[in-house]
Design a protein around this ligand. Structure first.
Ligand code: ST9
Ligand code: ZN
Ligand code: ZN
Length: 350
């Protein structure tokens, strides 16, 4: 269970944090030249996505209405929260801490469970999610960042999923190494069968359980997407978990303190940490992206994902957990922090 404290030399090793540059794929273009100066970026709206998100939010609002008028059994609501947690872990413990950053290693049964939970979350398949996320870390707040927070709250929250990507995302994104994913059969299996796996895991299985075991209403086939249990267990749960995730890219790049690195936009945001199961300590995370806790201290209350990874480490399915030593953190705080570390409530909650 004891995590491995990385030394400075190990931190820059690509095997620890496999984001390394390949030579520029476009000969003649300087690696640091801004593409946008020669190709001004104009938003090209993807109406299919705008409509899908509009439908999703209407469905989720209807679910809130149903809950408000007591048309839903309490166990369905509790079950919905449980499913939201499982699918959230597929993103936090799976897509983010395991696959995007390799903060720990996992045996195949755990990778399989996390992949299925991730399919339940429907946030694109792991290969695409990890590619966008590594590009976000490597080119944070530039045109090459898929959800560049300099374009404002709405763009970094969900707007980026409704327009074509900036050409720099694709051009510079091509320099990010994904070979580790290509070697993982679990990731490649999900990529190949995503259009079958995702609807089954995200929309079909979750609502079947309340219907089968405690006879939640199943009015008729047409209403499958509109009546209580389906709307709640699929649409509302999915919409809330999307906003929990998106807040990491929007709110936790705008509001909060920057005790570890004052030069970057990402910040420590406890509300986001609560909603995103521990992913709101985003100033720490961008400073030490290879740390499996994604936060300085092991605080399970606002970091349930760390508890889950520790639990799997305890049974031996997760191993080689990487973390920063207190000395390494202190050195970094002294060098680049904004001076708020000791006044920060997060610091006092162990
Ligand atoms: C969703 C994802 O919501 C949310 C991710 C959030 C990340 C959060 C991070 C925070 C960490 C913590 C997690 C907390 C979790 C908490 C949980 C709590 C519950 N590099 O994309 P295309 C190339 S998804 C390199 O179509 P367009 C590539 O060649 C929601 N290359 O671009 C690609 O071809 P291929 C559901 C790149 O046409 C080609 O470009 N899903 C890169 O501009 C075309 O790619 C949706 O809503 C790159 N980064 O379209 C779908 N990117 O793939 C939304 C692209 O064949 N997406 N290339 O290799 C889309 O419809 C489209 O992507 C688009 C852009 C319209 C947005
Ligand atoms: Zn990250
Ligand atoms: Zn970020």
């Amino acid at each position: 269970l004891t995590p491995h404290f990385l030394s400075e030399a190990e931190v820059i090793s690509p095997s620890v944090y496999p984001i390394k540059s390949k030579p520029s794929p476009s000969p003649g273009i300087e690696p640091n030249e801004s593409y946008s100066s020669r190709h001004p970026y104009r938003w090209s709206i993807v109406w299919r996505n705008v409509l899908a998100f509009a439908y999703l939010h209407l469905g989720a609002s209807y679910a809130v209405y149903l809950m408000f008028f007591n048309q839903v059994q309490l166990k369905t609501i509790l079950y919905m929260l449980f499913v939201g947690f499982i699918s959230g872990e597929g993103v936090t413990a799976g897509a983010h801490r395991l696959w995007a950053h390799r903060t720990y290693s996992a045996k195949w049964p755990l990778r399989l469970i996390l992949m299925l939970a991730n399919s339940m979350a429907f946030q694109n398949h792991l290969y695409e999610w990890v590619r966008d996320h590594r590009v976000h870390h490597k080119f944070t707040d530039t045109d090459a960042d898929p959800h560049n927070s300099r374009r404002g709250f709405f763009f970094s929250h969900m707007g980026w999923l409704m327009v074509r990507k900036h050409p720099d995302v694709k051009r510079r994104g091509a320099t990010v190494d994904l070979s580790d994913l290509e070697k993982d059969w679990v990731v490649m299996f999900q990529k190949k069968y995503y259009l079958i796996l995702m609807p089954i895991c995200c929309f079909l299985i979750p609502p079947l359980i309340p219907w089968y075991f405690w006879s939640e209403k199943w009015t008729n086939a047409w209403y499958v997407f509109h009546k209580n249990w389906e709307t709640l267990c699929a649409l509302l749960r999915y919409t809330v978990s999307l906003h929990g995730t998106w807040l990491v890219n929007s709110a936790a790049h705008i509001w909060g303190m920057r005790p570890y690195d004052k030069h970057i936009s990402s910040s420590e945001n406890s509300s986001v940490a609560f909603l995103a199961f521990g992913e709101g300590w985003h100033n720490y995370h961008h400073t030490f992206p290879w740390d499996y806790k994604a936060a300085e201290l092991g605080n399970y209350r606002l970091n349930l994902t760390t508890a889950i990874i520790d639990m799997f480490a305890w049974i031996g399915w997760a191993y080689d957990l990487k973390t920063a030593s207190p000395e390494m953190v202190s050195r970094r705080v002294a060098r680049t922090g904004d001076g708020t570390r000791h006044g920060h409530s997060h610091e006092n909650q162990v």
